[in-house]
Design a protein around this ligand. Structure first.
Ligand code: MG
Length: 175
């Protein structure tokens, strides 16, 4: 049963590297699905964000299942799936939850044991909440020039939600 659009943040991290295998276990998760743009790769490029490859490697080595769930088109997602050495689901249309649900079946991990890592409240967090996965929100790594254009509206809309969460709970492990 799908829930209504729910932008409730559960956990926040400054960057993906802060989501260590120990924390993934601590949260009771068995798989990590991750977003591409501004989370693990530079927006609209074929370049990864420094540290992303080693972060994914560390999760895999700890026996955590890892895969991409992205709104990006198939060809670009395919490229990064090769770079990161993980499965992928492209054109996921987050906040729709079907990419997460499909990957849950593919990986054989119950959806409640899946953490969805992403930088956007209205897509990544909402998609996770809609199907009962655990949203793990990171600060966006983004190009200042791009921020001014492409993401501005969403960033302004999500800012009060992020700020309220940080005021109350802080980043994971800080309080
Ligand atoms: Mg993103």
């Amino acid at each position: 049963m799908l829930r209504e659009k729910d932008t409730t943040i559960k956990y926040m991290f400054r960057e993906t590297n802060d989501i260590t295998p120990e924390i993934v276990r601590e949260l009771g998760l068995e798989a990590i699905l991750f977003d591409l743009d501004n989370t693990t790769v530079k927006d609209a490029t074929l370049s990864t964000i420094p540290g992303a490859i080693s972060w994914i490697k560390s999760l895999k080595e700890a026996g955590i299942k890892v895969a991409i769930v992205t709104n990006t088109p198939h060809i670009r997602a395919y490229w990064f799936s090769k770079t990161f050495g993980v499965k992928f689901h492209a054109f996921a249309k987050k906040p729709l939850p079907f990419g997460i649900l499909r990957m849950s079946r593919k990986l054989g991990v119950e959806v409640s044991k899946i953490g969805m890592v992403g930088d956007q409240v209205f897509t990544d967090v909402a998609a996770a909440n809609r199907c009962g996965a655990v949203p793990l929100l990171v600060d966006p790594v983004e190009n200042k020039w791009f921020w001014k254009n492409h993401y501005k509206k969403n960033r302004i809309k999500e800012k009060p939600i992020r700020d309220a969460f940080l005021k109350e709970y802080g980043y994971y492990g800080d309080k």
